[in-house]
Design a protein around this ligand. Structure first.
Ligand SMILES: [Zn+2]
Length: 163
């Protein structure tokens, strides 16, 4: 059994705490800074064990999401802080029912953002068009991650694989 004893989280590059969150993968132990990073790693381990990601490549995504209803300034502030605590969030603008978010796809996905909003009972606009846009975006992200994990040296300009 190889113990990697890495001091830095393989997903976000942050220092891991004294009681790290660990995961065994292919007889190697990896240490993470947070539960979120461990989950992210589990989804696409190949991505984070390959060299290019250890060099801390970022894949910045910018998305505008619509909430089901406008939030008052106080709730907006609370939700902004809540989302900022997620690993990989670069920028957030939440005004009324419009949420603009910039994040690193190697650390955070739309699916996880939706899940996090769901946990605090914030609903996204569920009109068919918004649902379609989000489902398309989730698939694109997933394809991009799979593509990146399976083709060493790929870069963010590479088109997603054909399905
Ligand atoms: Zn991390």
């Amino acid at each position: 059994m190889i113990d990697h004893k890495k001091k830095h989280c393989p997903v976000c590059g942050m220092k891991v705490g004294t009681v790290p969150i660990t995961l065994e993968y292919h007889k190697m132990f990896f240490h993470f800074c947070s539960e979120q990073c461990r989950e992210t790693f589990k989804d696409h381990p190949g991505l984070y064990t390959s060299k290019q990601v250890n060099d801390h490549v970022e894949l910045i995504i910018r998305r505008r999401l619509r909430l089901a209803e406008s939030l008052d300034p106080e709730t907006s502030q609370a939700i902004t802080e809540y989302l900022q605590a997620l690993m990989g969030v670069k920028e957030i603008h939440l005004e009324g029912c419009s949420l603009l978010i910039r994040y690193d796809l190697l650390q955070l996905t739309l699916a996880k953002i939706e899940c996090s909003l769901n946990e605090v009972d914030i609903e996204l606009d569920n009109s068919w068009w918004q649902r379609l846009r989000r489902s398309w975006a989730r698939n694109t992200e997933e394809n991009e991650l799979i593509n990146l994990a399976s083709t060493p040296g790929a870069c963010c300009n590479r088109p997603p694989p054909r399905v």
